[in-house]
Design a protein around this ligand. Structure first.
Ligand code: SF4
Length: 164
């Protein structure tokens, strides 16, 4: 199936959304509405432009970089984002990082989120909290956010910090 997704932009070769140079996809739609959000225009999914999974895969394949899903909250369009993640793994086997405003513990209570969790490598979790903002942090905006090794955490049923 070739789902259509809504996205805001694609950064090809960025170094701020995970280690190394990456293709970062900024998906539209977010229900968390954090105070001080870096990207409030991303909240309304209608601000996004339509794109198919095939079109996104073509960009990812062309750049040959690992991938980051961000936004917005990629879990807002979880069905299509899961299909994209599965195809990235099946066809390219690239590393995938994903940002979300949900806490890890909240995601585990949503069965519809599990297929995406089972496909990605690293999750940066939690809302942006203005009072905990720290510009010195690598790959995250506020101190409450955690960088999680998803597959090890699922396996051990405890949060395992990601290493890279
Ligand atoms: S989760 Fe991210 S995109 Fe959504 S409101 Fe919070 S900071 Fe903004």
């Amino acid at each position: 199936m070739n789902h259509e997704l809504k996205y805001l932009s694609i950064a090809e070769g960025t170094s701020v959304d995970g280690p190394g140079l990456r293709t970062s996809i900024y998906f539209a739609g977010c229900s968390h509405h954090c105070e001080g959000c870096h990207n409030p225009q991303s909240w309304d999914i209608n601000n996004g432009k339509p794109v198919t999974i095939d079109e996104l895969l073509a960009v990812i394949r062309y750049n040959e970089f690992p991938v980051t899903f961000t936004g917005g909250d990629p879990f807002f369009q979880v069905e299509g984002v899961t299909q994209l993640a599965l195809r990235i793994k099946q066809e390219l086997n690239y590393n995938i990082w994903c940002y979300t405003g949900y806490l890890w513990e909240q995601l585990l209570n949503h069965p519809e989120f599990m297929p995406l969790l089972h496909t990605i490598d690293v999750l940066v979790d939690g809302p942006f909290i203005l009072a905990q903002r720290d510009l010195s942090l690598l790959f995250r905006g506020s101190r409450n956010q955690r960088i999680i090794d998803v597959q090890q955490s699922l396996k051990t049923k405890a949060i395992v910090p990601a290493r890279w």
